[in-house]
Design a protein. Structure first.
Length: 130
């Protein structure tokens, strides 16, 4: 069982849902079915949504592996929460009328640092077992 990953993936889904609703709403508003046309707000919304989709699957796999590798749940939870914070901060930077570059950078740093930590925990866990 991977209960911590289940909890964190459910929280991430809520952010995914929010990003998806934003894209759908802007597509309806601008009457653009495919692509972004010349709509800057839609372009930002699509970028936030696609960036989320690029990082979340691998992070969830690594979190689940941490749990399966019997890494203490508090570490799995902490690293997962840092990842979620990074994703939220990054998404919020895109959802402003004028993108906040400092928030975008902070969001990506938290995303990368948490994923690096996940990777290290899993590699160390593997090395201890061999």
């Amino acid at each position: 069982m991977v209960p911590t990953t289940a909890l964190l993936s459910s929280i991430l889904f809520l952010l995914y849902w929010r990003l998806s609703k934003n894209v759908i709403s802007l597509r309806r508003k601008s009457k653009i079915i495919l692509g972004v046309g010349k709509q800057k707000d839609l372009e930002q919304a699509v970028a936030a949504h696609s960036n989320f989709n690029q990082y979340v699957p691998l992070a969830l796999i690594m979190l689940a592996c941490m749990e399966l590798n019997k890494i203490h749940f508090s570490l799995v939870f902490l690293v997962g929460c840092i990842f979620i914070a990074g994703r939220i901060i990054h998404a919020k930077s895109f959802l402003k009328e004028k993108m906040d570059i400092s928030q975008r950078v902070l969001g990506m740093k938290l995303t990368f640092y948490s994923m690096i930590a996940m990777s290290i925990f899993n590699v160390v866990s593997f090395l201890i077992r061999i």
